[in-house]
Design a binder for this molecule. Structure first.
Ligand code: GAF
Length: 376
């Protein structure tokens, strides 16, 4: 096929990745999260191709593409194609206005780095097609259908945080999202003279997807036990710290660890939002360290590489806090570092990480950015 050579798009859409300041694995437990989009993103270029059903998609980074027919959507053996197919399937369940199109995809978002390249891919595609064919989907429809696509075609039973952050973020703000009611507040973030520095472990242990679904199941099992005593409890969101302590002897140790992490993580999100509003950066930092401890010891979704970087950062008074961000088992750590010490910290972390794991660390600053948008 001649596509993507000489391709002149009708529409260009930018779809960002996200970081989550705090509130990990709380979304599918209907709790609180505090994410924001970042400048690293995926660029989609779209053009209608005047066919009824043929769609051509091409990944510029991987130099590979595929053609599909809208009336023959089925799961593929190629992982990235399932994100696309899942989104198209969900759109077709909601509207009959979709027609053939060509699309190139170019990502500046490292895959498997905990920055949610999956949601960026799903939401960017849905957002672009909504514009191109005037599908009439709201932003919330785009968020929800993208999440559903991940459940049905990719097989990860993810919560709503990543898609929400990718679409709804506003520049300079983090979103305090209640994953039960979907009510949210945009909180302006001013952390000067500190900066948000990401350290990419460059590892993505392949436990991530299966363990993710296991954690979700463990939380559900915990809720079923708690419910016997407290029938009003519908999710871990409804469980307080005092309530969970009552089950220390009666719930299996693993389930108890999982549930107590979620209960305490929800509290930390709310405390962090307050700390940011009050500009209490020390408290913000210490909550990040506390969260990582729980991620590592109670929820057990960290890995030696992330633990190493978080521990390493603790030697520096110029670092207020750090933790692994995202689903877990690698990806990036978020570090709150004084602007004057960023270079020294990154240099020393890079050296120590190389000595420990023989991996070249990647470091970059992030700024809270706008969600999915059309490039003019
Ligand atoms: C992944 C999921 F997609 C999110 O829904 C969320 O659960 C996150 O892991 C952990 O907080 O990114």
């Amino acid at each position: 096929m001649s596509f993507p050579e000489n391709f002149t798009p009708e529409l260009v859409v930018e779809s960002p990745g996200r970081i989550n300041l705090i509130g990990e694995h709380t979304d599918y437990n209907l709790g609180y999260v505090l994410p924001t989009a970042i400048e690293k993103k995926i660029t989609f270029k779209f053009k209608r191709n005047q066919t009824e059903k043929e769609c051509n998609l091409y990944s510029l980074g991987y130099n590979t593409g595929f053609t599909l027919q809208l009336d023959k959507i089925a799961r593929s053996n190629v992982e990235w194609e399932n994100y696309i197919l899942g989104v198209l399937n969900e759109i077709l369940l909601r509207t009959d206005k979709l027609r053939g199109f060509n699309c190139t995809i170019e990502s500046k978002l490292p895959m498997g780095s905990g920055l949610s390249s999956s949601a960026a891919l799903e939401c960017g595609l849905a957002f672009g097609l909504n514009e191109l064919f005037d599908l009439g989907l709201s932003k919330m429809d785009i968020v929800q259908l993208s999440q559903k696509a991940e459940h049905t075609f990719v097989g990860t039973q993810c919560g709503i945080m990543d898609q929400f952050a990718s679409v709804m973020s506003e520049k300079g703000h983090v979103i305090l999202l209640d994953c039960k009611s979907l009510e949210h507040q945009q909180i302006p973030i001013h952390i000067a003279p500190y900066k948000m520095i990401m350290l990419n472990t460059k590892v993505s242990h392949n436990l991530a997807s299966s363990e993710y679904n296991t954690r979700k199941r463990e939380c559900e099992e915990g809720v079923a036990i708690i419910k016997k005593k407290y029938p009003e409890v519908m999710s871990l969101r409804d469980v307080t710290a005092t309530m969970i302590q009552e089950f220390v002897e009666t719930i299996d140790t693993t389930l108890f660890k999982r549930c107590s992490f979620i209960v305490s993580e929800n509290e930390r999100v709310l405390k962090t939002a307050k700390a940011l509003k009050a500009n209490d950066l020390k408290l913000f930092g210490s909550l990040l360290y506390e969260a990582h401890e729980g991620i590592s010891k109670l929820y057990e979704v960290s890995c030696p590489e992330s633990d190493f970087l978080v521990d390493f950062s603790k030697q520096y008074s110029a670092v207020l806090g750090a933790r692994q961000t995202g689903g877990g088992f690698g990806g990036c750590t978020l570090n709150i570092v004084h602007k004057d010490k960023v270079n020294a910290f990154v240099e020393e972390a890079t050296k120590a990480y190389k000595e420990a794991f023989n991996i070249e660390l990647e470091a970059f600053e992030v700024q809270p950015s706008a969600g999915t948008y059309i490039q003019n």
